[in-house]
Design a protein around this ligand. Structure first.
Ligand code: CP
Length: 301
């Protein structure tokens, strides 16, 4: 593995190996020296809190020098392209680029143009991929429900069509052999391009939640309302919001996940997001460990 661009097609053994290593980092406080002396750069052309900060922390825990590229104060504001930005940073000795970009495939295009010794880590591109989110979600599920994914019933609820998180979760769930993957949302927010070919698709959230072990709810971007894809946030919440009452349809020990940032009261209520079944902050904590495992794999000595 030279870059991490997608989880699509990764062998099960590779995913499990990364999760095992991430679990080791999660269980072992303190710093490591796998990246000592290496320079990495977070190159984010879109906003982020969790992904960017946890990649920074993960790089620092591994001993790397970390550069943070700030679009608002960089020469990108003068029109410099992402490719020229990367080439200039490569010339300074940066070996690892952690990239978030609004265009589908942008990170793969940078990887194609990079020097042989450079590694690209996709931190989210367009609607396509968010591979480290997929891995941290699998680590969180595995900690809560064990490592036999074939017995798991998972519901993904919300705006799957525009979600790179959902795509990476689906790639990872498939790689791990998940037994029952259900996908639920309004027809306007579900893809019809074959992405859901092997999933149980429904527009009825009560049906989707029936007996599931985990509910993975997704952020609803407010511009979807302006696009006319949902009537109103209230209407969306009424039909698809995860409430304590709805959650009673799931298995008694079912857990709830959300990649963040949350629209409280839209896709999930405060009571559920902050309640005992919520793994949302566990997901965030696991983000550091997973990103350490990926950085070590791609850039470690
Ligand atoms: N989950 C996630 O990608 O969050 P950020 O946009 O804050 O990085």
């Amino acid at each position: 593995m030279h870059h991490l661009l997608t989880l699509d097609g990764l062998p099960r053994a590779t995913v499990v190996g990364l999760l095992d290593r991430a679990q080791h980092f999660a269980d072992t406080p303190g710093d490591f020296d796998a990246l000592r002396g290496a320079a990495v750069c977070t190159l984010f052309f879109e906003p982020s809190t969790r992904t960017r900060m946890s990649f920074q922390l993960a790089s620092q825990r591994l001993g790397a020098h970390v550069l943070n590229f700030d679009v608002s104060t960089s020469s990108a504001r003068k029109g410099e392209t992402a490719l020229d930005t990367m080439r200039n940073l490569e010339a300074m000795g940066v070996r690892g680029f952690i990239v978030r970009h609004h265009d589908d495939g942008a990170v793969a295009r940078l990887a194609d143009a990079a020097r042989p010794e450079t590694a690209l880590l996709n931190a989210g591109d367009g609607r396509s991929n968010h591979p480290t989110q997929g891995l941290l979600d699998m680590l969180t599920l595995r900690q809560a429900k064990g490592d036999d994914f074939s017995r798991m019933r998972i519901a993904i609820v919300g705006d799957v069509k525009h979600s790179r998180v959902a795509r990476s979760d689906l790639h990872a769930l498939r790689a791990l052999g998940t037994g029952d993957i259900r996908v639920c949302g309004p027809a306007s927010l579900l893809p019809d391009d074959g992405t859901l070919a092997d999933c149980n698709v429904t527009h009825d959230v009560d049906e989707a939640l029936d007996g599931v072990d985990a509910v993975m709810t997704l952020r609803l971007q407010r511009e979807r309302m302006e696009d006319g894809l949902v009537d109103s946030l209230e209407d969306y919440h009424r039909h698809y919001g995860i409430t304590a009452e709805r959650l009673r349809r799931a298995a008694p020990d079912a857990v709830v996940m959300h990649p963040g940032p949350i629209n409280r009261g839209v896709e999930i209520t405060d009571e559920v997001a902050d309640g005992p079944r919520s793994l949302i902050l566990r997901q965030v904590a696991n983000g550091v460990a997973v990103r350490m495992a990926v950085l070590e794999r791609l850039l470690g000595r």
